[in-house]
Design a protein. Structure first.
Length: 254
């Protein structure tokens, strides 16, 4: 039975989508069957993988207009496409009974066919994100080491706590990792250390450095391993993948 991992942060522009893509590609390279699910109305994950005008998407599947479609990308890697119209999910499904479990029901059969399902959550703590938390086994939080970073982090952790108590008791925070990290900037280093001191059990060792390749790869519809396999970005995400794989709770069972 596959594991569902959600990548989430209430703040946008922290490398959430970049991390979902490259961790997914890294897991696929390790021989795991991986499916990426684009839950963000901006569809950056879908477009950043060079996929446009895909007719079957996650929102249509949630509305039961058609079965869930996984588009093959690379060996061991597939995509459930996003849609801008998923922004109306809360309006359409907000009054429905068990509305927080719609995504869980949709992904149930898919879990039997793959090792990891990675969810790219929107930068908002609404019904879409609640659905992601309700079905996820693990949550990872990408974070920039900046002044107001902890504000969004605390809101995410607060929501995770509520979901764990009321909806999904098995939900676990796998960890926090820093993105767009520049070791030359003293403020970033000091902020990172402050966050590490506050959350010593959550901050991962691996950090993703600010590199040109990570910004260029999505424009060519590629992950960092396909675009620049010898780059610092590839090395950082490979290290992060290995750290995730060595976490006991991240290993698929069944």
């Amino acid at each position: 039975m596959g594991k569902i991992i959600a990548f989430t942060n209430q703040k946008g522009g922290v490398g959430k989508t970049t991390s979902t893509v490259n961790i997914g590609a890294g897991l696929a390279q390790e021989g795991h069957r991986v499916v990426l699910v684009d839950l963000d109305p901006q569809c950056n994950l879908t477009h950043g993988l060079g996929q446009r005008d895909l007719k079957l998407n996650v929102y249509g599947a949630l509305l039961k207009e058609y079965p869930l479609k996984v588009y093959p990308l690379l060996h061991n890697l597939g995509l459930v496409a996003g849609s801008p119209t998923i922004s109306s999910f809360e309006k359409v499904k907000g009054d429905e009974l068990d509305r927080e479990f719609l995504l869980k029901d949709l992904l149930e059969k898919l879990k039997e066919r793959c090792d990891y399902i990675l969810l790219d959550c929107p930068p908002a703590l609404g019904l879409i994100t609640l659905n992601a938390y309700a079905c996820a086994d693990l949550i990872y939080i990408p974070l920039e080491a900046q002044l107001y970073a902890t504000d969004g982090l605390e809101k995410v952790l607060e929501m995770v706590g509520r979901v764990k108590r009321r909806v999904n008791p098995s939900l676990t925070v796998g960890g926090i990792f820093f993105t767009r990290f520049d070791t030359r900037k003293i403020l970033l280093r000091e902020t990172a250390e402050t966050i590490r001191e506050k959350y010593p059990d959550l901050v991962l060792t691996s950090r993703i450095r600010e590199t040109i390749g990570l910004g260029e790869a999505p424009h060519l519809g590629k992950d960092i391993f396909s675009y620049a396999p010898t780059s610092a970005g590839a090395a950082d995400y490979k290290a992060l993948v290995q750290e995730i794989l060595t976490t006991k709770d991240s290993i698929p069972h069944g």
